[in-house]
Design a protein around this ligand. Structure first.
Ligand code: SF4
Ligand code: F3S
Length: 107
């Protein structure tokens, strides 16, 4: 099992999640974070920390978010590890809750 970052993180990227992860399994892209499924120990700590409610357990993903399992696994292989909280984008709150952000994901 692993936890998975889903679509609402795109362009929000609050990074509160990285502060609580005991095994440093978050990886950072230009406007999205992912979890390395090989490192996640399923501790559940990150899920309630995300202001965008973008983190779910793999087996509790919303219906249209299943493809993020593969995306987290794939992108965590090439993106660098992030361990410290940083300021979110200035317009993060405006993007919180917007639908269909997948096309805006920068790799
Ligand atoms: Fe890290 Fe725990 Fe979240 Fe997995 S569930 S990403 S180990 S904080
Ligand atoms: Fe993204 Fe939420 Fe972390 S918006 S960066 S998963 S705190």
């Amino acid at each position: 099992m692993t936890f998975v970052v889903t679509e609402n993180c795109i362009k929000c990227k609050f990074t509160d999640c990285v502060d609580v992860c005991p095994v440093d399994c978050f990886h950072e892209g230009p406007n999205f974070l992912v979890i390395d499924p090989d490192e996640c120990i399923d501790c559940t700590l990150c899920e309630p920390e995300c202001p965008a409610e973008a983190i779910f357990a793999e087996d509790e993903l919303p219906e249209n978010q299943e493809h993020f399992i593969e995306l987290n696994a794939e992108l965590s292989k090439s993106w660098p590890i992030i361990t410290e909280v940083k300021d979110p984008p200035a317009d993060a709150e405006e993007w919180n809750g917007k639908e269909n952000k997948i096309d805006l994901l920068e790799k």
